[in-house]
Design a protein around this ligand. Structure first.
Ligand code: GYE
Length: 308
């Protein structure tokens, strides 16, 4: 009898926490680093991770979340591909008493009790930082007006909506900056290149500036600019967001002018929040990542320190 008690007692104490995580996809360097951070941090924390890749489709995320509910995981975490359309599935998780943690991207729901916390960046601020850098650049330029084209991220996603809004806020009423064209490049290199080609076909040398919502689209666009016989970083000034290694390499090569940092290393904070929630400890409703701005002048010095 004593033995049986000891055995069940110890197996209870050792039962690892189980997390279901639904990832957006593998669309960018940022996303790959984010996935690696989450997998590593789960291992470090002794958390059993059930990982599902949604391939940029909301319906796949909804399916994954329903399957996590059916498996009765201890906690569900996900990075929502778009902001809207989450009420039903989040209510199902709440009814099953499974706490939900959002990472990276926000959802647009009226009932804030449908999730515990959102861990990630302030995308509006990132957009403002990009806009402020450009406003400073424009102030020093001897050209009277700079024509800007914009490559937006995934339509309806929090980072695309917020980075657009923050940028617009920072350049609003600036007589030296004129928005020529804006279109989605879906956060990928291939689409960034394709849309930049179309911009160049329509406006050619009239384009002075590219604002890309992420580095991957900027890197795709750099190729398009070079293929059009122009010099990226010189003929067309390029401002982007994320701060991935590829962006630092492009800056060192003189092809990208600035990258606003957005850290994908959210794994450790996510695991900590999950452990706290399951242990019944209070967790703040918003956990904001700390970030910087890297102009090309500091790229060579910073590149060796970059972790993603
Ligand atoms: O900037 C982009 C990725 O949601 C912050 O998604 C993330 C964005 C990131 O595809 O590269």
């Amino acid at each position: 009898f004593a033995l049986a008690v000891a055995a069940s007692g110890s197996s209870f104490a050792a039962k690892p926490l189980v997390m279901g995580f639904s990832q957006v996809g593998a669309e960018s360097e940022w996303r790959s680093a984010n996935t690696a951070s989450i997998k590593d941090a789960a291992k470090q924390a002794g958390i059993t991770l059930k990982f599902a890749d949604a391939q940029q489709k909301q319906e796949n995320q909804v399916k994954a979340i329903r399957s996590f509910i059916a498996q009765r995981v201890d906690v569900i975490a996900f990075s929502p591909v778009v902001e809207t359309g989450w009420e039903t599935v989040l209510r199902e998780a709440k009814a099953a008493k499974i706490p939900v943690i959002l990472t990276d991207r926000a959802v647009n729901v009226a009932d804030k009790s449908l999730y515990v916390t959102l861990i990630g960046s302030d995308f509006v601020e990132e957009g403002r930082r990009a806009g402020r850098w450009l406003a400073d650049y424009a102030a020093k330029s001897n050209k009277p007006v700079l024509n800007v084209v914009e490559l937006q991220g995934t339509v309806g996603s929090a980072p695309a909506l917020d980075r657009k809004a923050g940028f617009e806020e920072a350049i609003k009423g600036n007589p030296k900056l004129k928005m020529l064209r804006t279109q989605t490049g879906e956060f990928t290199r291939a689409k960034g290149k394709e849309v930049m080609e179309a911009f160049l076909k329509a406006h050619g040398k009239d384009i002075n500036v590219l604002y890309a919502h992420n580095d991957d689209m900027a890197i795709g666009a750099i190729q398009a600019i070079e293929e059009a016989g122009l010099k990226p970083g010189k003929d067309i000034i390029i401002v982007s967001i994320d701060g991935v290694k590829g962006a630092f390499q492009a800056m060192v090569a003189g092809k990208l002018n600035v990258s606003v940092e957005c850290s994908p290393l959210l794994g450790p904070q996510l695991m900590k929040a999950a452990q706290d929630v399951v242990a019944g400890k209070p967790v703040p409703p918003r956990i904001v990542t700390e970030e910087r701005v890297f102009p090309a002048e500091v790229a060579a010095k910073e590149l060796p320190n970059r972790k993603y």
